[in-house]
Design a binder for this molecule. Structure first.
Ligand code: ZN
Length: 183
């Protein structure tokens, strides 16, 4: 049974979706996240900045009549009123104007794990290495991890910590995203 999922987008993104320029979104997977559950065949609807007419401004989204007029921030409706927009995250499903059918999802790891201990530099792919802080500084006896490639254009390094275990934990942290494509 296909399900329907609300997804928040900024006004720029909404315009890109409406014009057909945008047909996918990448979202970081959190521990509890609806993006894990989205499957091809499901529907996503766009939650975007919106308004009702002024006489309904005092009402919560759940109190609004579901046939009331909705004004969308992304679009060609000139709204000269100096009024605040309602946040997309509070848009009820019935107020959404954009619906798309999901055709594909996949998890993309931002970086591949190459070594078991320290992952490579996420920017140049070179090995990363432990470094000791110079003695005499406040971080004496602390260690950090840095990219070993002197030609690395970024040269990332962690903060300094007491144990290798801690510093590896921070260096090796990579986020995954899930891609959702629609038509
Ligand atoms: Zn590097």
């Amino acid at each position: 049974m296909p399900k329907s999922y609300g997804t928040t987008f900024t006004a720029d993104m909404v315009l890109a979706i409406l014009s057909g320029r945008k047909s996918m979104t990448r979202r970081v997977i959190e521990k509890i996240d609806m993006y894990k559950n989205i499957k091809p065949g499901d529907e996503i609807y766009v939650k975007e900045a919106w308004q009702t007419r002024e006489n309904l401004d005092h009402l919560k989204p759940s109190e609004l009549p579901t046939d009331c007029e909705i004004l969308y921030r992304a679009g060609d409706i000139p709204i000269p009123l100096p009024r605040k927009w309602r946040f997309g995250m509070f848009m009820p499903e019935w107020a959404a104007r954009i619906r798309r059918t999901v055709v594909a999802t996949r998890v993309e790891k931002l970086q591949e794990i190459i070594t078991e201990d320290i992952k490579p530099c996420p920017f140049c792919g070179a090995e990363a290495q432990f470094e000791n802080c110079w003695s005499g500084y406040s971080c004496d006896n602390l260690i950090y991890i840095t990219c070993s490639n002197i030609e690395c254009r970024v040269g990332p390094s962690t903060d300094a910590y007491k144990t290798k275990r801690t510093v590896v934990k921070y260096w090796n942290r990579r986020v995954s995203q899930r891609l959702t494509e629609w038509r």
